[in-house]
Design a protein around this ligand. Structure first.
Ligand code: ZN
Length: 290
């Protein structure tokens, strides 16, 4: 078995046929490691863009790839065929975050009319794995340079933001934190479920009658005495959550409840919060003139 760490560069191209923007891959870089983490081979190829032949200046500045240079590349079909053969069928393919994989899938769909990235049988999100070994207190997601610094690898040694440089830097991070047993937990088999999960966009449920919602969640009790409450204002959806106002006679207390249901691929996240309603007469007196 091999480990393939890939990185892609793409150009955000306007597709006249779909009237939508699409990330068109312009470069593939990858490193192949054996099970002892020795570098076996590298891959680096430019892809000639066809949806938009001109690179955006942001991409030119970031990657230092020029329009002239990228035109020397092969077509997506040609380069991907070469890449598939290079990867072989006994590899765990990895990328830093799953955006590269999504982009690859978009390009497969558009250019090859395929609904899966056929050469990837096993995939691991290297960012997710490496984050287990990094102090994540100050960040939500660790960018590659940040992760490299945390792992005491000098990102300045790989300065160009080119696909191959980034894949080598990712591979260096992987080598630093590789643990056979722990890493196994991050390897995904690329089946239907895998793609369903990859393409799923979490969303907030807006309709109270949506069958996905557990209706019991709308039953309210007083959070202090646990007793029954009267409804002052019925549930209404606003600002991403259902809101209602209730009154507990036992505690003589009015409170707002906010309830948010967010659908993820295989579960629904429920967030509930209470806040007391303070009426004007109960507010502490304030002086009007200063
Ligand atoms: Zn109460």
């Amino acid at each position: 078995m091999y480990f393939v760490i890939m990185d892609l560069e793409w150009n955000n191209s306007f597709n006249k046929l779909t009237q939508k923007f699409m990330n068109e891959i312009i470069e593939i870089g990858a490193v192949k490691l054996d099970e002892e983490l020795n570098e076996v081979s590298i891959f680096s190829e430019l892809i000639r863009p066809v949806i938009s032949k001109k690179l955006r200046s942001r991409i030119k500045n970031l990657t230092n790839i020029s329009n002239e240079e990228v035109r020397t590349g092969g077509t997506f079909e040609e380069v991907i065929k070469e890449f598939e053969e290079w990867v072989g069928d006994d590899a765990v393919v990895m990328s830093w975050g799953d955006t590269d994989l999504r982009t690859l899938l978009t390009n497969y769909k558009w250019f090859l009319k395929k609904n899966t990235v056929t050469f990837i049988n096993k995939y691991a999100d290297l960012q997710k794995y490496c984050q287990c070994f990094i102090n994540m207190e100050n960040v939500q997601q660790a960018g590659l340079s940040y992760a490299a610094e945390c792992l005491e690898i000098d990102p300045e040694k790989y300065p160009h933001h080119r696909a191959l440089d980034d894949s080598i830097l990712s591979a260096e991070c992987f080598k630093k934190v590789y643990n056979k047993e722990k890493f196994k937990e991050f390897i995904r088999i690329c089946d239907r479920d895998f793609y369903g999960r990859l393409l799923f966009h979490p969303y907030v449920i807006k309709n109270k009658n949506d069958p996905l919602i557990d209706k019991n969640q709308f039953n309210c009790f007083c959070e202090i005495c646990g007793g029954k409450v009267e409804t002052i204002k019925k549930w209404k959806f606003m600002n991403q959550s259902f809101r209602g106002i209730f009154y507990c006679a036992n505690c003589d207390r009015e409170f707002k409840v906010s309830l948010r249901f967010k659908k993820f691929y295989d579960y629904i996240d429920i967030k509930r919060s209470y806040s007391e309603v303070v009426h004007a007469k109960e507010e502490p007196e304030t002086t009007e003139e200063q």
